[in-house]
Design a protein around this ligand. Sequence first.
Ligand SMILES: [Zn+2]
Length: 229
Amino acid sequence: MRPESHLVDRIGWLRAAVLGANDGIVSTASLVVGVAAAATTQNAVLIAGVAGLVAGAMSMAAGEYVSVSSQSDTERADLTRERKELSENRAFEQEELAEIYVKRGIDRALARQVAQQLMAKDALTAHARDELGISEISTARPVQAALTSAGTFSVGAAMPLLMVIVSPAGALVPIVSAASLGFLALLGAIGARAGGANVLRATARVTFWGALAMALTAGIGKLFGTVVF
Ligand SMILES: [Zn+2]
């Protein structure tokens, strides 16, 4: 039998990459459009954009690092406690596991047999999966996760910055906005396609939120630009 190819398996990393790049595009493009709407020089816009890229990448990395390490700390603590309980009171633990299967609709005699056989093979994995909901004893890598988000964010953020460099000063806002929306739509389509989701709906959604973010910061930039200078 050929194993069924699961979309979910490859969605994990792709989703993370697309989300990181999305964040990079939306936040940097909004920043650039906002600063440009306040009518500063192209150079100042670029400096603000680069600062935004670095700040965003660092904040993504820190956030991801904290979230992945605290999740893996929690899992490790749960597994340590479970291992201890298994070594101290195996009979009780087996009954506890059987009870979980009874609640899922297996009759008691069979549930006990399943619990007994699963625990004979690998007691900790059986308890981790069915009692703690940890499906694979994970090897979460906080540093790797942090670098990945910072990297994908930076790639996304580089796109609007590139547009700032190549567009003529007068047309900076429309060019950056239009190109960024194009990038967002493309990413949305790629993500949806890979995930087997509706391409049109995913693209429309991501483009709408991107446009809204840029319109808001452009409005704020315009407002402050007019009031302050
Ligand atoms: Zn247990």
